[in-house]
Design a protein around this ligand. Structure first.
Ligand SMILES: Nc1nc2c(ncn2[C@@H]2O[C@H](COP(=O)(O)OP(=O)(O)OP(=O)(O)O)[C@@H](O)[C@H]2O)c(=O)[nH]1
Ligand SMILES: [Mg+2]
Length: 350
């Protein structure tokens, strides 16, 4: 345990002095108070606990798991690469290679340890196969929900173990990025049903995929329409209004909620723009710069995930979603909760 020696000035108890009766038989005077050191009393030093927590957290490191979900071909695997290639991972960009990202056929996770100013973060992105290829898309959310619930089950099994580990490995999905196709119209029934179920078990951050296919006006109108639909359909997306802790939280999160869903563009290729290597998509009309806020909202998405809301996403996962699973699982005894949590109501979807 890290000791905080020297950090906490200790408050000395008030000293009392008594004068012993003199040899001359004089009368003992009442004890006089020594003036206490007010500085020491005013400052106990409990703020040092922050330093202790910081040091502990730095030693332990952070685990953060993001999942990408959405219809096939919307650029999920590309965005995973974008995230790892952008400065978040400090992974050196390899020269442009022409090989194409293959279609994802199974749930696969990619991890990368990022270290910055002595803080280590193990960032894992879980890539999922796209759905919606089938004529019948009934219950296409099942494999995704099963994966999420399986991670809760794993964590719970470790937690209730008699000889449990000091730090339980955390493979729980802290954030699920849901890809909405840039149709410019409205959410499809499939997206609504999928997000309704996901929202009950995980933090969802919706994004408009391939938003380079929309004009700026179309983008704004589409975003507004989606926000309205999410509200009327009662779909709970992150950051949740009911979990804003104070006025400051509310004002920060309101700004994020007004921006949602982020209109993103993905790419794993670099181009030279004004002499600077930049992640971008080259089109006949110019280069779309992925990290330029005037071009798309990838940077805002990355900021939310990796910079401003990482700890909150982890806390909501643990205190709300995992807690919900844990209560259900422990109150249901031996029942197979992992395959039912969030799966109530099977709809007919074409
Ligand atoms: N215009 C445009 N094309 C994109 C974007 N992101 C990816 N693509 C292209 O879309 C195609 C499919 O991308 P993937 O990343 O494989 O899509 P996916 O969602 O992983 O697909 P599945 O693995 O089948 O689920 C590729 O040709 C990408 O180059 C984007 O932001 N804009
Ligand atoms: Mg893929």
């Amino acid at each position: 345990m890290a000791a905080s020696a020297g950090l906490v000035p200790r408050a000395e108890p008030e000293e009392m002095t008594t004068e012993t009766p003199g040899q001359d038989g004089g009368v003992a005077r009442p004890p006089t108070r020594v003036k206490p050191n007010l500085d020491a009393f005013g400052y106990v030093g409990i703020d040092a606990v922050l330093e202790q927590m910081r040091r502990k957290a730095m030693k332990q490191g952070f685990e953060f798991n993001i999942m990408v979900v959405g219809q096939s071909g919307l650029g999920k695997s590309t965005l995973v690469n974008t995230l790892f290639k952008s400065p978040v991972s400090r992974k050196s960009c390899t020269p442009n290679h022409e090989e194409k990202i293959p279609k994802t056929v199974e749930i696969k996770s990619v991890s990368h340890v990022i270290e910055e100013k002595g803080v280590k973060m193990k960032l894992t992105v879980i890539d999922t196969p796209g759905f919606g290829d089938q004529i019948n898309n009934n219950n296409c959310w099942e494999p995704v929900l099963k994966y999420i619930n399986d991670q809760y089950e794993k964590y719970l099994a470790e937690e209730v173990n008699i000889t449990r580990k000091k730090v339980i490995p955390d493979s729980r999905v802290h954030c699920c990025i849901y890809f909405i196709p840039a149709t410019g119209h409205s959410l499809r029934l499939l997206d609504i049903e999928f997000m309704k179920r996901l929202g009950k078990v995980v933090n969802i951050v919706p994004v408009i995929a391939k938003s380079d296919t929309l004009t700026l006006e179309e983008r704004q109108a589409f975003k507004k329409k989606i926000r309205e639909q999410l509200e009327t359909q009662g779909i709970s997306i992150y950051p949740h209004k009911e979990h804003d802790e104070d006025e400051e939280d509310r004002s920060v999160n309101n700004k994020i909620r007004e921006l949602m869903p982020f209109a993103v563009v993905g790419s794993d290729k670099d181009y030279l723009v004004n002499g600077r290597k930049t992640l971008g998509r080259k089109t006949k009309w110019g280069i779309i710069e992925i990290e330029n806020v005037a071009h798309c909202e990838f940077s805002q998405l990355r900021e939310l995930l990796i910079r401003s809301h990482t700890q909150d996403l982890k806390e909501v996962t643990s205190c709300v979603h995992y807690e919900g699973y844990r209560v259900l699982r422990l109150s249901e005894g031996g029942k197979d909760v992992a395959s039912v949590n969030g799966l109530a109501g099977k709809e007919q979807l074409a």
